[in-house]
Design a protein around this ligand. Structure first.
Ligand code: RAM
Length: 356
């Protein structure tokens, strides 16, 4: 009660400030009544269920990853437009057990909705199911919980396309023939594992018969581990031509490893990265081309979908259509996924047009 009272005082102070032309003290995104309601319901252990609504949590695989930070920027943009509150909470490392602990505590706090990038597709099903059973919608984005443990999954791009573009870039860089290796995130990551399986299929096509996949290793979305794994690959396979890293952490660490090992021009790195992290490696030639969708748009769309479900505007069933602000209208597909769009290939010609 005391907190609520203080919050109301704070609101009155803010309103008074705004009325005096001191509006710069409040965030331009804050709608008048919203922050107070949120402060009141954001107690770590809520005795009573949240009544204000619009209190969502964006949960990445791990913190300190610029890819997820960019998704959060998009999520906050959506939150401001919708007049809701989105907090960004995750564990330091990409680990399913830690993620489950966090989610259990968020369920106990009775938040209004969860938007999750999952560290394990199956291990998170019971937790997702529990949230849904308690009336908390679960939207996964980037990396999915298996169907029983989510309401809807927001797909960054079609998995087949993501796999195909990476194999095509690798073939290009290898000049059509030679040894290639994959350096992934964690061995349980649902998104990377799906892409790797599809890349292995893609490599069976006759046009890729000159490429030999010699190893798949895991850097756990940790910079140092990824770097060391990349160095290890170059040592174990002296003729290695390409490292495909379908992770923004792994690709940047691998490119740095190639540079440090003095192998630029002999070993090429490609995969999925953010333009801001990869710019220097595109320029140095360590990673001439890579691909990605806009993670900011992904976070933005996840919050619009979550809000549409949490407010009952849609039930989250296949065929449901909702509006997602600047991105337009989306329809939930039969497999309860929503598709963001196509990945972009970045190289020296276009990388300076992007800032994320
Ligand atoms: C890392 C994470 C994320 C993945 C990107 C490409 O940031 O593993 O889940 O989608 O790479």
């Amino acid at each position: 009660m005391k907190k609520l009272f203080l919050s109301i005082l704070l609101l009155l102070a803010l309103l008074a400030l705004a009325a005096c032309g001191g509006g710069t003290a409040t965030s331009p995104t804050a709608t008048p009544a919203q922050p107070v309601v949120e402060t009141a319901v954001e107690e770590p252990v809520a005795e009573e269920p949240a009544t204000g609504g619009g209190n969502y949590v964006l949960v990445p695989k791990n913190l300190g990853n610029p890819y997820f930070d960019t998704a959060n920027v998009g999520a906050q943009e959506a939150a401001a437009e919708l007049g809701v509150n989105v907090t960004y909470q995750g564990s330091a490392v990409a680990d399913a057990t830690q993620q489950i602990q966090l989610l259990n505590s968020l369920i106990a706090q009775n938040v209004d909705g969860l938007a999750i990038s999952a560290n394990d597709a199956d291990a998170l099903v019971p937790t997702g199911q529990e949230a849904i059973d308690s009336g908390i919608p679960v939207v996964t984005w980037d990396s999915a919980i298996a169907p029983g443990g989510r309401t809807v999954h927001i797909n960054q791009a079609e998995a087949e396309g993501i796999a195909a573009v990476q194999v095509q870039m690798a073939a290009d860089l290898a000049g059509g023939a030679g040894q290639i290796a994959i350096l992934s995130a964690t061995s349980t990551a649902p998104n990377q594992n799906e892409w790797i399986a599809l890349m292995e299929e893609e490599l069976q096509k006759p046009e890729y018969s000159g490429l030999e996949l010699v190893a798949t290793v895991y850097g756990d979305d940790e910079d140092e581990k990824s770097y060391n794994e990349a160095i290890g690959l170059m040592q174990t396979y002296p003729d290695l031509k390409v490292i495909i890293a379908p992770t923004t952490v792994g690709i940047a660490a691998s490119a740095r490893a190639v540079q440090d090992a003095g192998r630029v021009g002999e070993v090429f790195v490609t995969g999925l990265g953010t333009p801001n992290q990869m710019r220097e490696y595109v320029n140095s030639g360590a990673a001439p081309q890579f691909a990605l969708w806009n993670p900011g748009d992904l976070g933005y769309l996840a919050i619009y979908a979550l809000h549409a479900i949490a407010t009952g505007a849609i039930s989250g069933q296949p065929g449901d259509t909702f509006q997602a602000g600047k991105l337009g209208s989306y329809t939930i597909a039969d497999d309860s996924t929503v598709l963001l769009g196509l990945p972009t290939i970045f190289n020296a010609d276009n990388i300076n047009d992007f800032d994320f």
